[in-house]
Design a protein around this ligand. Structure first.
Ligand code: PEP
Length: 309
């Protein structure tokens, strides 16, 4: 199938999804069906740091030295620097003996190449050393990125060999109006509408629940809000693909995560890690969040041995 045919199918699928949704709301009571309390299977905790447009400490070596003492092998650890730092960070990680630490991109262009000044294709990012890419971050959505573009970026990322982390989340107004579940369902269904043709393996897709009102504000969502939303996301994944794939896909939380609250967040049953902005800018505080992830992973392993979900 050609790329143009695939994109036509995505557009058609998006139109069908929109027609099916018909503006009707989701019953939040359904979120417990396959979400909350669902066994976590073998999903590894993922701790990801989004540096956004920050150079971090200009010396990558000292950032990594501060991180070196953290249990980065006990969880999956991912750093998302500005695109121009990807290859330097990859080299610095390798030099510091942190080959297992993964590097990713904060965005990618949906096209493979062409006249797109200032943009980066998945292939360019992969060649620079990225193995992951964020798509649909709320800061990009606020800059005008629509769901159809997000859908195309997911396919472009996979095409280039990248794993994709899809960001979804409601605004404060949407939460206050009681539309959180409707918004999450719409963002997920539209973004994933092109992927039903060839479903991902669990490690090629993760979803980050990032309530817009909690990003960079210091106002973290409550554990109940996070668990409910992440369980709901897994429920929508099960409807989109199937129960087994939904169990394999990691669902993360992002929004004002700090070393102080990270363990509580990652101990929630449907949360498989965190996407961290501000607190990832220091190697020490990111390392503390990795350590919290390792503790949560140990708790998860104990629960598995004891036979609880
Ligand atoms: C983010 O940028 O995705 C994020 C969650 O930022 P912060 O941790 O600073 O809220």
């Amino acid at each position: 199938m050609t790329r143009a045919e695939l994109e036509r199918l995505v557009e058609q699928a998006v139109r069908e999804v929109l027609a099916r949704m018909g503006g009707h709301d989701v019953d939040p009571a359904r979120t417990g069906d396959g979400g909350a309390g669902q066994p976590r299977g073998e999903r590894r905790i993922l701790v990801a740091g989004n540096w956004k447009m920050n150079p971090c400490q200009p010396d990558l070596g000292s950032y990594l030295a501060a991180l070196a003492g953290a249990p980065t092998r006990e969880v999956d650890t991912l750093l998302l620097p500005p695109a121009v730092l990807i290859s330097g960070l990859r080299r610095a990680c390798d030099a510091a003996g942190l080959r297992h630490l993964e590097v990713g991109a904060q965005d990618l262009h949906p096209e493979k190449k062409g006249a797109h000044t200032g943009e980066h294709s998945g292939a360019l990012l992969f060649d620079a050393g990225a193995r992951h890419a964020l798509v649909g971050h709320s800061e990009r959505r606020q800059a005008g990125e629509g769901d159809l573009v997000v859908a195309r970026k997911i396919l472009a990322g996979w095409d280039a060999g990248l794993s994709v982390m899809l960001c979804v989340g409601e605004s404060l107004g949407e939460r206050k109006r009681g539309s959180t579940f409707r918004v999450l369902r719409q963002q997920l269904m539209l973004a994933l509408s092109g992927t039903a043709i060839s479903p991902p393996s669990g490690h090629r897709l993760s979803v980050a629940y990032e309530p817009v009102w909690a990003i960079g504000t210091g106002e973290r969502a409550t554990p109940a809000q996070i668990q409910e939303a992440c369980a709901f996301i897994r429920q929508v994944l099960a409807e989109t693909y199937d129960f087994h794939l939904a169990r394999a896909i990691r669902v993360l939380y992002g929004g004002s995560v700090t070393p102080e609250n990270a363990l509580e967040v990652m101990s929630l049953p449907d949360v498989d890690g965190v996407l961290v902005g501000g607190a990832s800018l220091s190697g020490r505080s990111f390392g503390d969040i990795v350590a919290a992830g390792a503790k949560a992973a140990a708790g998860r392993a104990t629960a598995r041995r004891e036979g609880s979900p």
